[in-house]
Design a protein around this ligand. Structure first.
Ligand code: LIP
Length: 266
């Protein structure tokens, strides 16, 4: 992966995320409603998810016409360049719908199937996280490092829940057992933000079952470049089956508990 290509992809991702973030922050209709639903009646899409994905994919097509794209709201093309963009135009859509601040634009670029660049912008915080594979993770000009790993019972751990009632019931069962074993749990509503908060030390760890690649691609790279470990079940990379992120020392303990609790299946 050439440094020149990675630098170009980072610049494109930053500009695309900045433009989408401005549209979403400044253009949110006061009467925003649900435009459609996906896997369940609570898995919602707004007109702004669709508008933001169109803005991003049009920009990418203009700047990088030979690249592939995978977007949460339907963008899908193979491309011919070996670069594929993985886009979540609004990560935290329910928060955005309700006017809560914890939502993000998440844009990752894969080169030959490996995530090389990740950008997560959080407009309501005025924060943009970025990482290039092998070159560190940053919040603005600040290089990011995870918090030193605490013991599990001192760990502040974030998680999230799916949109299907059967999955949510199983996730509640895992949480019922895990909650007394950790410092506390946080449920922010955006995987991308949770992964970035692990990267910058605002969380000790994060796990969730049922994410899509657009939810975690950029945030997991940012976390790894801040010295977190990321993955799913032991020996498996993060995937819709399970995503886990934490500094070494906590990651292994948390992953082992999640494995024993069956957090990787419904
Ligand atoms: C969200 C994830 C979050 C999860 C939510 C939802 P979306 O993504 O980022 O971690 O708990 O249920 O899936 O749907 O807002 O892009």
């Amino acid at each position: 992966m050439s440094d020149t290509l990675k630098a170009e992809l980072l610049a494109v991702a930053l500009e695309a995320a900045d433009r989408a973030g401005a549209l979403l922050k400044d253009g949110r209709p006061a009467d925003l409603g649900v435009a459609s639903t996906k896997t369940s009646p609570i898995d919602v899409v707004t007109e702004m998810d669709i508008a933001a994905e169109k803005l991003i994919t049009d920009f990418l097509a203009e700047r990088r016409p030979d690249d592939g794209v995978l977007g949460e709201e339907g963008a899908s093309s193979e491309g011919t360049s070996g670069v594929r963009w993985v886009v979540d135009p609004i990560d935290g859509t329910v928060n955005y719908l309700y006017g809560l601040p914890s939502w993000a634009v998440s844009i990752a670029a894969e080169i030959d199937g490996e995530t090389a660049v990740g950008v997560v912008t959080v407009p309501m915080r005025g924060e943009t996280f970025r990482a290039v594979r092998g070159a560190g993770a940053f919040l603005g000009d600040r290089r990011l490092r995870v918090r030193p790993a605490p013991a599990l019972d001192q760990a502040l751990v974030a998680t999230g829940f799916g949109y299907l009632t059967t999955r949510r019931a199983g996730q509640a069962e895992v949480l019922r057992t895990l909650l007394p074993e950790v410092r506390d749990i946080r449920r922010g509503g955006s995987a991308a933000i949770d992964l970035c908060d692990v990267a910058c030390g605002r969380l000790d760890g994060y796990y969730e079952r049922g994410l899509n690649p657009w939810d975690y691609a950029a945030g997991a790279l940012i976390a790894r470049e801040a010295d977190a470990l990321t993955g799913g079940r032991p020996g498996v990379p993060e995937s819709p089956e399970l995503t886990v992120a934490a500094p070494s020392g906590l990651f292994e303990r948390l992953q082992s508990r999640l494995e024993a609790l069956g957090a990787w299946h419904d």
